[in-house]
Design a protein around this ligand. Structure first.
Ligand code: SF4
Length: 73
């Protein structure tokens, strides 16, 4: 399993940690289009379900991706 360090500037997220690190165990990034089809914030079980359902969601630019693990503080 890859071990990726995520830096994030969204400091009103529950998982945001000091020095702009993401403190979540894992995150789900999808296309904006796919993100709109699911609840605003997803937990690990919902992440597994979404990945199983939608599989791959290519986008032409980084501006069309979204972190679905975001949860407002
Ligand atoms: S869950 Fe997403 S929005 Fe929240 S800190 Fe991590 S990367 Fe940023």
């Amino acid at each position: 399993m890859p071990n990726v360090q995520v830096r994030c500037t969204v400091n009103n997220c529950y998982f945001w940690a000091q020095e702009n690190y993401c403190g979540a165990d894992s995150i789900l990034v999808t296309s904006d289009r796919a993100a709109r089809e699911y609840p605003e914030s997803v937990d690990a079980a919902q992440t597994a379900m979404i990945v199983e359902e939608i599989g791959e969601t290519p986008t032409p630019t980084c501006m069309e991706t979204a972190c679905k693990t975001f949860k407002q503080k």
